[in-house]
Design a protein around this ligand. Structure first.
Ligand code: TRP
Length: 459
């Protein structure tokens, strides 16, 4: 077997592939662009002082995020299996220990846990679309807007309803398979998302506060930056690129052999970053135009934005567009979170439909504990005896466990695998000329950066 061939190419079954490079890019960008870009990026940028934080975040994407994305797509394409199967096959081909399969297992588990709470948050977009359309936001003030959001979170029934519908949408696409489900959905939803985003940025530019938003996002003020902000920026770089959770490995497994991994990953990273910055440019002018605080926190979109939209001509319509955009973005991400598990079950002989329904149902069940964390169980903080986890609800714990432990650890192991275990000739065959730049980074820079993160986190 020549090195440029994927390892699994000798197996009898022909692997399913994306129909084009475009399809992969839409799927990968669909995975990457989600709540992380449109909900989380603007609010953490607001909380961490703007420009300087954005710069650090961009550096994290370029130096750590992009090389890791290339690594995952490469591993996926070599293995041509689910993340679990891929790690098994790829480790065997490098004469590595069987334990590398743990990387695939942890990634699949992380994606599963994230899916369970992501679906709950994504569900919030639906009542917001309805409220925007029915005029609930007209002339709403900050207090009433806060109340509306509070009422939604306080209602287990409401949250459960929207969580169920969102999970249903995710399962529906996933059950359709790679070509007929995932590819068909993302190649329609992602272009629609770009159009919506451009319309919203255009609208924001009419508020008269566009320049202020540009300054906030792009004029660095390093006095506003703390060590904590740097960690937040790095953690977000992983999350926003869907790394260390199997998504990119699973999608890489369907990438045609002739496509350039480096160039494609760059397109994905640039588009993901572009969407985050554009989301900032759609949101902050509207926030500033009404003298509201950029540092509002998680409520920036669900509390502050309705107030701002509610005072503007045509605001209801644009608010509805905004929440549709957020729903689409979250949907194409959640599909990718389910893919690791579904492709694994599929490999084990479970049909795609059964795997999607079973996996989605299990994540839905776990999601109920997130729903309850927001209301009835908001005082249930089971790990209080450990200082690190004090005061954290189940939902907080899922978030902490995945973002601060599983993802950085998975990323470290992946970097160590491709940088130290895998034969450079093998990665060279997959990456071509870009290998020269990529290799020293994943071998030295990425592991070092991740070790520093751990040292800080465990301090
Ligand atoms: N990247 C997505 C976002 O920014 C989140 C996401 C999608 C994700 N797929 C993932 C996160 C898999 C972790 C694992 O919203």
């Amino acid at each position: 077997m020549s090195d440029s061939q994927p390892i699994a190419s000798s197996s009898a079954s022909k692997p399913v592939l994306w129909s084009s490079r475009f399809a992969f890019i839409m799927a990968a960008v669909g995975s990457a662009v989600g709540l992380g870009n449109i909900w989380k990026f603007p609010y953490i940028t607001g909380e961490n002082g703007g420009g300087a934080f954005v710069l650090v975040y961009l550096a994290c994407i370029a130096i750590i995020g992009l090389p890791l994305m290339m690594s995952e797509v490469m591993l996926g394409r070599r293995g041509r299996k689910s993340p679990i199967g891929t790690m098994e096959v790829v480790a065997a081909a490098e004469k590595g220990s069987k334990n590398w399969i743990g990387v695939g297992l942890m990634a699949t588990l992380a994606a599963f846990i994230i899916l369970s709470f992501y679906s709950v948050i994504a569900g919030w977009t639906m009542p917001y679309i309805i409220s925007a359309v029915t005029g609930d936001f007209n002339d709403i003030d900050a207090e009433r807007s806060g109340d509306l959001f509070g009422q939604l979170l306080a209602s287990p029934g409401q949250l459960l309803l929207w969580h169920s519908i969102f999970m249903g949408l995710t399962v529906w696409v996933s059950a359709g398979g790679v070509r007929h489900g995932v590819e068909r959905a993302v190649t329609k939803l992602m272009p629609a998302l770009f159009v919506l985003l451009i319309i919203l940025v255009g609208y924001a530019s009419t508020t008269g506060h566009f320049g202020e938003a540009l300054g906030f996002l792009f004029k660095p003020d390093f006095s506003a930056l703390t060590a904590e902000s740097v960690l937040i920026a790095l953690g977000h770089a992983f999350f926003t690129l869907s790394l260390a959770s199997g998504a990119m490995m699973a999608y890489g497994a369907y990438l045609p052999q002739k496509v350039s991994i480096a160039r494609t990953a760059m397109v994905v990273a640039v588009m993901d970053t572009g969407v985050a910055l554009l989301a900032g440019l759609a949101i902050f002018p509207v926030v500033f135009a009404h003298g509201l605080a950029a540092s509002e926190g998680p409520g920036l979109i669900f509390v502050t934005l309705p107030v701002a939209f509610g005072q503007m001509p045509g605001g209801g319509f644009f608010a509805a567009l905004f929440f549709v955009l957020l729903l689409f973005a979250a949907w194409t991400s959640s599909i990718s979170m389910l893919e690791s598990l579904v492709s694994y079950l599929n490999e084990k002989g479970v049909s795609r439909v059964k795997a999607a329904i079973g996996g989605g149902f299990a994540a839905w069940l776990l999601g109920i504990t997130t729903v309850l964390s927001l209301n009835l169980w908001s005082d249930f903080t089971p790990l209080d005896s450990l200082a690190r986890f004090e005061g954290k609800t189940l939902f907080d714990l899922y978030d902490y466990l995945t973002a601060n432990i599983m993802m950085p650890l998975g990323a470290l192991l992946i970097a160590l695998f491709v940088g130290w275990k895998m034969k450079p000739e093998h990665s060279q065959a997959e990456l071509g000329a870009w290998h020269k730049v990529w290799f020293p980074i994943v071998r030295y820079v990425t592991p070092l950066a991740l070790l520093i993160v751990f040292a800080f986190n465990l301090r």
